[in-house]
Ligand binder design. Structure first.
Ligand SMILES: [Zn+2]
Length: 510
């Protein structure tokens, strides 16, 4: 047993480099402005709306489609696929309800079919769709192809798609292809590093990955180790990590895409590399998944990795707080009163509500150091959010209606879906009995996602949005378009918010 574990730990430490797997996903994407059926390919992807007439297709395909519809094998519903010879029909749902991001999962669903065909070169018909679908086609196929199998001695042998020709109607498709590749790289990087297990991905490992990524992505990266954190007074972050042999790290990444006088836009992420719950230990069922408690930090790092390639205007700072929450003789306890970087005292009622503690220090840090125009934080914060919104939406909270509308807009564009939940109304519930605040609201857990957000709000001093991504960051069962494991949720949404600001700035500059 012990030997086995040791072997894995050594294997991990020596051979893994996060992000390498992304480079291994060799798929050559190309845009061609042409008529779809004149393009040479082993296989074709033919998108269909639910209410689309079957005419306009080559006779053989038209016949096959009419027949499939008659037999109710394919109706063009979202997620449906139907293959005939070397063509795959993919369903996009009703045309007037269609959003370009839906193309991502629709085309991803065709990936297993293409593998079954053994197709090397595939042509995708985007001639009747918004050019944004070109970007989502790239993201959808690469998302579907990604596997986290670095620890397997025998890798899957299935042949990979080598060449994808996106047949489009006009030149805008070229820019969409470029941005699709950049965003996909960022999402896959985030998924890959997030999939790393707790015995590999310690706070120090995560800081090292952030440093390496930052070097390639033209970011200034500063890592605060436990000594510096202590000197500066990150008491809440340190309290969470004090039971672990792997001490906390705070990573600060700066992207200077604006002038010195431009305000900062801040991204903050929760990075609990493994959450046992601490002394308030979790049940063993599903505890293995708690390596995903660093998903917020991974999303922030993923988004930061793409800023320079996407030529985002403005200054962006990312702050990610890493700690491991473990039970031991040195752990913080229920009942403890700990201080924080802000000076506010926190009564710890449950050591499993640790995410809000590390975020309290990260949020206060970013406000005091950068006075950002807006802050967005992402965290796998509460099970209560999963109960409220399932695996359909992340919870969205905040204190600035205008800014939250911008986030909601980017959510609809990106497909990283959010749903707004209340905050202010719950502030009374986190007032402490023996300290300024307590880290648990209602004793029965009522409105747990909102009371958690209300706690964070005490450490915020400007325009702020908080996303509880607990139900969205991990795919619990494999789907044709997405293997089980980290989803990369939040990367696309953050890049959407920042790109939209870019477009707004550009319009104002002209
Ligand atoms: Zn926890």
């Amino acid at each position: 047993m012990v030997l086995e574990v040791l072997k894995i730990a050594l294997f991990g430490a020596e051979t893994l480099k996060a992000g390498e797997i992304v480079a291994m996903l060799h798929m050559d994407f190309k845009v061609q402005i042409a008529s779809f059926y004149s393009v040479h390919a082993d296989a074709r992807i033919v998108p269909r709306f639910q209410d689309q007439s079957d005419s306009g297709l080559p006779a053989k395909l038209q016949h096959a489609l009419t027949d499939a519809k008659k037999r109710k094998l394919f109706e063009g519903k979202p997620g449906q696929t139907y293959d005939f010879q070397q063509a795959v029909f993919i369903g996009l749902g009703p045309k007037d309800a269609f959003l370009p991001h839906q193309f991502m999962r629709a085309i991803g669903a065709a990936y297993p079919v293409l593998k079954r065909f053994g197709a090397k070169a595939v042509a995708v018909d985007v001639t009747h769709l918004d050019s944004a679908c070109v970007s989502f086609a790239v993201q959808g196929l690469r998302d579907a192809a990604y596997r986290f199998d670095v620890f397997k001695t025998e890798k899957a042998k299935d042949a990979l798609l080598e060449k994808v020709v996106l047949v489009a109607k006009d030149e805008r498709a070229h820019a969409a292809l470029r941005s699709g590749l950049v965003v996909s790289d960022a999402v896959l990087w985030a998924r890959d590093v997030n999939n790393q297990p707790g015995n590999v991905a310690t706070p120090a490992y995560m800081a090292e990955q952030a440093r390496k990524m930052g070097r390639n992505a033209k970011l200034k990266v500063t890592v605060l180790d436990e000594k510096t954190l202590k000197k500066k007074g990150f008491h809440a972050l340190l309290a969470v990590g004090q039971g672990s042999l792997n001490p906390p790290r705070l990573v600060v990444l700066e992207y200077a895409g604006g002038s010195k006088k431009d305000p900062w836009f801040a991204l903050v992420g929760k990075g609990i590399t493994f959450d046992s719950g601490g002394i308030s230990i979790k049940p063993s069922a599903d505890m293995d998944k708690m390596k995903y408690d660093k998903s917020g930090a991974c999303a922030v790092l993923g988004a930061m990795s793409a800023l320079s390639a996407l030529k985002i205007k403005g200054n962006v700072v990312g702050v990610v707080a890493f700690a491991e929450n473990m039970p031991s003789g040195s752990s913080y306890r229920p009942g403890d009163i700990v201080s924080s970087l802000s000076g506010k005292s926190i009564e710890v009622l449950n050591t499993d509500a640790e995410g809000r503690l590390v975020l309290a220090d990260a949020l206060h840090y970013v406000h005091s150091q950068y006075e950002p125009e807006h802050v967005v934080d992402l965290a796998t914060l509460t099970g209560a959010c999963c109960i409220a919104l399932g695996e359909q939406f992340a919870g969205l909270f905040g204190n600035d209606d205008e800014f939250l509308k911008q986030v909601e807009h980017a959510s609809k564009q990106s497909g990283d879906l959010v749903w707004r939940l209340p905050v202010q109304e719950f502030e009374d519930q986190i007032k402490g009995e023996f300290a300024d605040v307590k880290n648990v609201g209602h004793p029965k857990g009522y409105a747990g996602a909102s009371t958690a957000a209300a706690f964070l709000k005490q450490f915020v001093s400007g325009s702020w949005a908080h996303m509880d991504i607990a139900g969205m960051a991990w795919n619990t069962s494999p789907k044709p378009y997405l293997a089980s494991g980290a989803t990369g949720f939040g990367v696309r949404l953050l890049l959407g918010v920042l790109s939209n600001r870019n477009a707004f700035k550009k319009a104002n500059d002209n």
